[in-house]
Structure formats: structure tokens, C-alpha cells
Ligand binder design. Structure first.
Ligand code: GLU
Length: 427
């Protein structure tokens, strides 16, 4: 993964479709790079009294369709380029989901597991202290991502509200329930993945009850993708794969008669590390990090981090795999894409597949604005409808232009963003 530069990958994907669309040079120049970015240092008083300074980022890629939108990641290996890539993908994600928002992403270079609760709170407030003049419900609305939680969103909303002197829940989404959050937000990304898998299987004429899935990850997205695959589609999940923070390496947790995500949740800590002894005692096989890739399943769901399916690892994909559903952002490199294409595997590209999270974030913002909250059923029904429409828009584009699903998703998204730029007179 060391060789992967996520932003170069995002630009490469964009360039390919820009060529296919014959996009104007000026339009390309706007969309290949973020419109604005902020790099800042966040001083935090640690519990032992010392001051530590953390590197923070916020990248605002494009706001032609509405305020920038996207999560904040806390990761030890965060760089300006990972944040740029993720911000770019958010522009395409909001456009493909057809929600009136643009793309942004934030980051902090930190391993959250190294901080106490109080230090996390101070780092959250410190991030807002640096950025509050450049975010807001009509400007740029952050949310959780890898390494951040609803509680952190609550602290950040509080800090912003204090600084502007007004309760402003709509400045950030993914907030806790009772603190301005929306019902359904926790499960939204994982369930959204499953709505698109359901539509893909229908399109391919495959009975979901006869399918098995292999899932990479066991964080928020993977957990609810696993629950949804079993409970909504009636399929079986043969494994999940995830990071062990004690051993600083990943493992795959397999069970031939199907994993039970509800049980696994009871033995998973707050950072997503599964207790290996308890898993083994319950009959789980603990395998190598990459074992999930070669499982004999119909559906592969990479739902953790970017760059896991590469030109090398994708060769191990089992011949029975029919669908790759990208719950993570950027899990498939362009070299792996070539292998999927050649083997005729149906791809549900990341910014379509995992758009459920930001779509529910949009619903959260709408509820904050009107100060009236929907039931979980209403939220999930609206989410299903948005995801289903988005899936079919991309699938129809793929069929009508004879292109790969990822390129079709780019075409739908770029078209909508360019149209907004034209309507606003930018191009
Ligand atoms: N971090 C999530 C994503 O990558 C959600 C973003 C949001 O809700 O704004 O889509």
C-alpha cells in the first residue's frame, strides 16, 4: 500500500472519464484539484500537562451544488493527499446520490487509540477553533469518518455553537441521538451498501438468499453491511477482516456456517479490535489479513480502507465472485479495476455504494434546519429510495454508454457538477 497515492488515483480515475466525455480543459482544471484547502496546527494540552501540536487539514474540493460535505478522519498516516482524494470523492458521492451538497474532507494526523477521552475532546475543540470561520451549515459541514465518533461530532458542534454564539446543530452531522443526531445515521452507510447490493443482484438475476459475502472491515460500515446482508437479503457472511490494534496487524475472522455480527460486536472494543481468544472459543478461524479476498463467495465487500484490492491482491479473487461492493472509499486501485473488468465482475463503485452515510447526513441537516425529527423508519425509507434511484441512474448510464460501472458513476456525477457550475456561470 505504500506505493499508493490516493489523490493520484482519484485524479487518474477522473482523467479517464474526462477524456471519454471530451471535457473542456477549463472545466477539467477546476475539477482536478480542490478549490480550497486549510492546513493548520492544533495545540492540545495533554493530561500530563505538556502541550502537543497536531497537524490538521480541511479540504473543500467543490461547492457548485451546495455546501461542502464530508467527514473528518483521525489517522496516524493521514496526509494532505489522502484528504484531497477523499474530498474529491465526496464531490462525486454527493452528486451521484443527488443531494444538494459539494465535497469536502478533513483530517488529523493522530492515532485516536493513543488519546484519553479528555484529550480527544480537547483535540476536537482545537480543530474547530482553527476552522470555525471556514465551516458552517451553508459553507462546509463535517461529519465522522475513520477514527472519529458521534460523541466527537457533539463536542465539535458545541464548540462551534459557543464560538458563533448560536446553537447551530447543522454545522456538523453524525451527531449523537439526543444531541441533534438523526435516527438511522449509525446504520446508514452499511445499510446503504446493502441496498445497492440488493439492486445489483436483482439486475444480475441472482437470488440474494443463495449468496455469500466476504467483508473486509468491522467498523461502522462493515458491521451494518454484515447485519444488512444477513437480515435484509437473507444471505450468509463467511468472514470479516479487521485490524488488531494490540498486534498492529490485521486478521480475517471466518466461520463456514456464517459469522454472527451481533455476537462479534459483543467482543469488539471501541476501536474495532475483535477479541481473538473469545472469537476462537466461539469457533471462529483466525486467518491472515488478506484471506477475505480469496473466499469462495458471490459478493466481496471491502468496507474498511483504501487500496486493499491492488493489481497483485485482486488476482486472488475467487472465480465465483459476481459483485464487488465498495463500502470503503477507494479500496480498488486502477490496476485491480482492470482485473475486475476483464473478469466481468460487477462493480458497485465506492462513491455510489457507500453514499448512504452522507445521504443520511443530508437528512440530519434537513431535520436540524426544520427542528423536526423523523422516525427511524422514515429515515431508512427515504435512504433506500435515494440509494435505489442512484444505483439505477449509474447502471442505466453503464448500459447506455457501454462503460464500466465506476466510469458510469463518474459520468453521472461529473455531468451534475458541471451543470451546476454552468448554471452558476462558473464555466
Ligand atoms: N465520512 C462519510 C463518507 O465518506 C460520511 C460523510 C458525511 O456524512 O458527510 O461518506
Amino acid at each position: 500500500m505504500a506505493e499508493l497515492n490516493a489523490f493520484a488515483m482519484a485524479q487518474q480515475q477522473f482523467d479517464e472519464v474526462a477524456d471519454q466525455l471530451g471535457l473542456d480543459d477549463g472545466v477539467r482544471a477546476i475539477l482536478r484539484w480542490p478549490l480550497r484547502e486549510y492546513h493548520f496546527r492544533i495545540p492540545v494540552r495533554m493530561d500530563d500537562g505538556t502541550i502537543k501540536v497536531f497537524q490538521g487539514f480541511r479540504v473543500q474540493h467543490n461547492d457548485a451544488r451546495g455546501p461542502c460535505k464530508g467527514g473528518i478522519r483521525w489517522a496516524a498516516n493521514e496526509t494532505a493527499d489522502t484528504v484531497r482524494a477523499l474530498a474529491t470523492w465526496m464531490t462525486w458521492k454527493c452528486a451521484v446520490a443527488d443531494i444538494p451538497l459539494g465535497g469536502g474532507k478533513g483530517g488529523v494526523v493522530v492515532d485516536p487509540a493513543t488519546l484519553s477521552v479528555a484529550e480527544k475532546e480537547r483535540l476536537c475543540r482545537g480543530w474547530v477553533d482553527q476552522m470555525w470561520k471556514n465551516i458552517g451549515p451553508r459553507m462546509d459541514v463535517p461529519a465522522p469518518d475513520v477514527g472519529t465518533t458521534p460523541q466527537m461530532m457533539g463536542w465539535m458542534m458545541d464548540e462551534y455553537s459557543k464560538l458563533v454564539g448560536n446553537y447551530t446543530p447543522g454545522v456538523i452531522t453524525g451527531k449523537p441521538l439526543g444531541g441533534g443526531g438523526s435516527l438511522g445515521r449509525t446504520e446508514a452507510t452499511g445499510f446503504g451498501v446493502i441496498y445497492t447490493v440488493r439492486e445489483a443482484l436483482k439486475h444480475l438475476g441472482i437470488d440474494p438468499k443463495r449468496t455469500r459475502a466476504s467483508i473486509h472491515g468491522f467498523g461502522n460500515v462493515a458491521q451494518y453491511a454484515a447485519i444488512g446482508f444477513i437480515e435484509m437479503l437473507g444471505g450468509q457472511v463467511v468472514c470479516v477482516g479487521c485490524w488488531d490494534r494490540h498486534e498492529r496487524r490485521a486478521f480475517t475472522y471466518s466461520k463456514d456456517d456464517g459469522v454472527d455480527p451481533h455476537f462479534l460486536l459483543t467482543i469488539t472494543d471501541q476501536y474495532g479490535t475483535i477479541d481473538k481468544d473469545k472469537a476462537a472459543a466461539a469457533g471462529y478461524r483466525i486467518e491472515d489479513a488478506d484471506a477475505w479476498i480469496s473466499k469462495d463467495v458471490e459478493v466481496l465487500i471491502p468496507a474498511a480502507i483504501e487500496g486493499v484490492l491492488t493489481g497483485e491482491t485482486a488476482k486472488a479473487i475467487h472465480p465465483n465472485v459476481k459483485v464487488v461492493a465498495e463500502g470503503a472509499n477507494g479500496p480498488t486501485t486502477p490496476e485491480a479495476d482492470a482485473i475486475l473488468k476483464e473478469r466481468g465482475i460487477f462493480n458497485i463503485p465506492d462513491f455510489l455504494c457507500n453514499a448512504g452515510g452522507v445521504t443520511c447526513s443530508y437528512f440530519e441537516g434537513v431535520q436540524n434546519d426544520m427542528n423536526f425529527y423523523w422516525s427511524r423508519e422514515e429515515v431508512l425509507a427515504k435512504l433506500d429510495q435515494k440509494m435505489t434511484v442512484a444505483f439505477h441512474a449509474v447502471k442505466d448510464m453503464a448500459l447506455s454508454r457501454g462503460v464500466y460501472m465506476r466510469n458510469a458513476a463518474y459520468m453521472v456525477a461529473i455531468d451534475r457538477v458541471v451543470k451546476a457550475m454552468q448554471l452558476r456561470g462558473w464555466v
